[in-house]
Design a protein around this ligand. Sequence first.
Ligand SMILES: Cc1cc2nc3c(=O)[nH]c(=O)nc-3n(C[C@H](O)[C@H](O)[C@H](O)COP(=O)(O)O)c2cc1C
Length: 186
Amino acid sequence: MNEVIMNIKKRRSVRSFAGEQITDEELKSVLEAGVYAPSAKNTQNWFFTILQNPQMIDKVNGWIIDEARFVKDEKAQEIASTPNAAIFRRAPTVIIVSGEVADHHARENCACAGQNIMLACESLGLGSCWISYVGFLGNRDTLQLYRSELQLPSGYAPFFGLTIGNKAGQDAAAYPRKKGVTRIFR
Ligand SMILES: Cc1cc2nc3c(=O)[nH]c(=O)nc-3n(C[C@H](O)[C@H](O)[C@H](O)COP(=O)(O)O)c2cc1C
């Protein structure tokens, strides 16, 4: 089977990581895959904040727990009431993917980059998972503080996160795929 398609079919969300850090070369490769994503009108309006410092990861984890209090959603409330909720599942590398808030295509652009990164991880034998709760950081005026602490470009906000690390366990098989989601007109 074609290698890219095989990777797409093999990739799973990995939530359990071995302790050791990914190499700088692996990090460089997956980030490069991210920035080669397509973007509407070629704006490339994404920004990647790489966290490999455990204290910094804990700090951002704490911000997300604080912000969860203001999100009217069952899962968010559960996170808010769990003081040490491990949003990032003890992954050694976390990427905060931020985008340009004013551009209505920015989320799609960032999502393309996120998928590129996850597929690149899979092709290198690394595990990854999308973490949507990072988006809580962009919900309120506290964004200004997070933007400044993360040194984001002006007008950008965190959209989601990606956890990355060496896989702790074996790959599970992909979930069965939903049927009836295609229609071909010829
Ligand atoms: C937009 C989006 C948001 C997601 N948010 C989270 C998340 O916050 N935490 C998490 O553990 N997984 C998250 N996931 C991973 C999904 O749960 C996962 O892709 C889905 O269950 C299918 O499993 P698979 O990726 O192994 O095929 C997210 C995936 C997407 C595409």
